[in-house]
Ligand binder design. Structure first.
Ligand code: ZN
Ligand code: ZN
Ligand code: ZN
Ligand code: ZN
Length: 225
């Protein structure tokens, strides 16, 4: 997966660009320094899976809990695990930021580690890229851009993988557990009860994560031009 170019889609105009170019694109094309409500432009990515990334804008007066809610919906929620924001240095359990900390407390360039589930943990890196203005929005957090789903292949036939067999994962390791639907149906595992869908999330195939709350799949037909 490492040699893939990590492009994403702008959810406001549909443009497909690399992660680096997307920042300049949203600042130039969609955020204005003159009018609207004050926001921070932030990037969120898998701390160890950088192919998963989001660009968001968040109202100045919103709180970390609003970002936590959004991340749970788009990427993380499986069984209501605990979560927290921490300084970017390794400080397990210490120096956790209160969930009611205002977003505007963080300056440009600030980095936060976020952890969801302190057992099978998904770790994210949050980076404040800039401050700007946007037209007033009903929700505190707005999705601006998201990575194109990584190209994960079926271990049997090489077609795009659709499911993850947790029995194969236990027996043969996670890299041997991705299947397309046809190959999944006929592969060796006897029960075929322990399957998870492949999702566009750094929590894909972890715990019981199935992407149920993720309503932000990119759809070019929904872009207003
Ligand atoms: Zn755009
Ligand atoms: Zn879980
Ligand atoms: Zn297959
Ligand atoms: Zn299996």
């Amino acid at each position: 997966m490492n040699n893939q170019v990590m492009t994403g889609n702008c959810f406001l105009c549909g443009e497909e660009l690399t992660k680096i170019k997307m920042k300049n694109h949203v600042l130039k094309s969609h955020l204005s320094a003159q009018k609207g409500e004050k926001v921070l432009l932030i990037k969120v990515e898998g701390a160890y899976q950088k192919e998963y990334w989001l660009l968001l804008d968040i109202a100045f007066n919103a709180k970390l809990v609003d970002l936590d809610d959004f991340l749970r919906q788009i990427w993380l929620e499986c069984c209501g695990h605990m979560s927290g924001f921490f300084p970017p240095v390794d400080s397990w359990g210490r120096d956790e930021f209160a969930m009611n900390t205002k977003i505007k407390a963080f300056a440009n360039g600030a980095k936060l580690l976020y952890r969801y589930d302190f057992g099978s943990t998904t770790t994210l890196m949050v980076t404040v890229l800039d401050d700007s203005m946007r037209p007033p929005q009903k929700d505190a957090v707005r999705l601006l851009a998201r990575n194109v789903p990584p190209d994960i292949k079926c271990v049997k036939c090489g077609k795009p993988a659709e499911c993850f067999c947790t029995e194969c994962d236990c027996e043969h390791g996670s890299e041997n557990a991705y299947y397309c639907e046809e190959c999944y149906e006929i592969h060796d595992c006897p029960d075929k009860e322990y399957t998870l869908p492949i999702t566009n999330s750094p929590r894909t195939c972890v715990c019981g994560y199935d992407g149920e709350l993720d309503i932000w799949k990119f759809d070019p037909a929904k872009i207003k031009r």
